[in-house]
Design a protein around this ligand. Structure first.
Ligand SMILES: Nc1ncnc2c1ncn2[C@@H]1O[C@H](COP(=O)(O)OP(=O)(O)O)[C@@H](O)[C@H]1O
Ligand SMILES: [Mg+2]
Length: 382
């Protein structure tokens, strides 16, 4: 096999997907002197606004995929749910990083958990529940409480059905759920953390510090960096993320979500082979952030150490209520505002985020974080 190609500044990076992750990747690419071309079905997408060009079309539209490929040197993703035939077509036209295998693994929760088990990464106990008979068997094996999830296309807690007990199962309309599903034993976790891991074409692996993630209404609300956990646990989380990245032969950047159990164990929840919401803090607290690391890995450039120069709290701005706080955020020194340029602030929609940076080693506890959040903290309580 020929050596993987390296793309230098001046080349065009193609990003599949037009959302905020594509937007921030495009901005990082531009800073390194790359051009960016976006594929998205959405007019006025956040990413296209900051890119050189855009192909408007569906992710499985052959003509759109061909037009997109013709404009770019290398292809990457901010949206990973491209069909298998779409991926195969792209792969036949241009280098695709990360590659098809890892994308297909992350698209399907059953494939993902199967692969993680092969790599020796522990997960919540799970069973496939692709139909009613498998669901019965899964419940017999796992017991209650458990969570049913759609195997594909879930995000921000969508497509999930918690079953705390037999009564909840009895109330479930067995004909209605969007089969196929996966059943997962409910993990009574201590906290949720994540690690952003980048891997280059030469196999170099770089892990950012582990982050603690706090969700609200199924959507990421706050990330704390570094995760306030024992150094050994933080290191083990990075080692686990690196092992998964190597096992999947990642070229690019991947977010690895994990549960910390009461006994200090680590269970992998899910992987996302692209920049991840819980890595946004790196934009304000690292020399090279997750988006630059992503761009460098995709282009085949050297990966710098994932060096953090400060502690940080990242707060997502969701929907119209959080957007109403923008003036207050802009008037708060020390709050770095990132908006995604979305015209309409629908409830539950990620509109932007705010980072509050602290000196290295000075991440405060809960009260200090609330104080630093100011008006944003009051928003959390409502
Ligand atoms: N097996 C589980 N046990 C307990 N909580 C879970 C489990 N699976 C998911 N959750 C909770 O639901 C959130 C969203 O689930 P996740 O599988 O990450 O889906 P999504 O693709 O929507 O992010 C998780 O961050 C966690 O808070
Ligand atoms: Mg998740």
């Amino acid at each position: 096999m020929s050596a993987p190609r390296i793309f230098r500044p001046g080349a065009t990076i193609g990003i599949v997907g037009g959302g905020q992750l594509g937007r921030m990747s495009a901005m990082a690419a531009a800073r390194l002197g790359f051009h960016v071309h976006i594929l998205t079905p959405e007019t006025n997408s956040p990413a296209a606004e900051v890119a050189r060009g855009v192909t408007l079309g569906a992710y499985d539209d052959e003509a759109a995929l061909r037009d997109f490929a013709a404009h770019v040197d290398v292809v990457t993703f901010e949206f990973e749910n491209v069909s298998a035939t779409g991926l195969a077509l792209l792969e036949s036209l241009r280098p695709v990083r990360p590659g098809r295998a890892i994308l297909e693994t992350s698209q399907d929760r059953i494939a993902e958990k199967t692969r993680l088990a092969e790599l020796g990464a522990a997960t919540a106990p799970w069973r496939p529940a692709r139909d009613a008979a498998e669901l019965d068997a899964a419940i017999a094996a796992l017991g209650f409480p458990l969570i049913l999830k759609t195997t594909r296309l879930g995000y921000d807690g969508k497509g999930q059905f918690p079953l705390p007990d037999a009564a909840a199962f009895a109330a479930l309309d067995i004909a209605a759920p969007p089969w196929p599903l996966i059943a997962e034993g409910y993990v009574d976790f201590d906290r949720e953390i994540s690690v952003m891991v980048a891997r280059g074409i030469d196999g170099t692996v770089r892990c950012f510090d582990a982050t603690q993630n706090i969700h609200r209404n199924g959507i990421l609300d706050l990330s704390l960096a570094p995760a306030p956990v024992a150094p050994e646990l933080a290191r083990a989380a990075q080692d686990l993320a690196a092992r998964v990245a190597e096992g999947l032969e990642l070229v690019g950047l991947m977010g690895v979500e994990m549960f910390v159990t009461a006994d200090g164990g680590l269970l992998v929840n899910e992987i996302a082979p692209r920049p991840h919401n819980s890595g946004h803090w790196t934009m304000d607290a690292c020399l090279a952030d997750q988006f630059e690391m992503h761009v460098r890995a995709v282009a085949g450039l050297p990966l710098p150490p994932a060096m953090r120069h400060g502690d940080a709290v990242m707060k997502n701005l969701i929907g119209p209520d959080d957007m109403a706080l923008c003036d207050a955020i802009l008037a708060s020194p020390g709050q770095a505002l990132h908006l995604y340029g979305k015209a309409e602030a629908r409830p539950g929609r990620k509109m932007g985020h705010v980072t509050i940076r602290f000196p290295f080693g000075a991440l405060p506890g809960e009260a200090g974080i609330s104080a630093a959040l100011g008006p944003l903290a009051r928003q959390r309580e409502s």
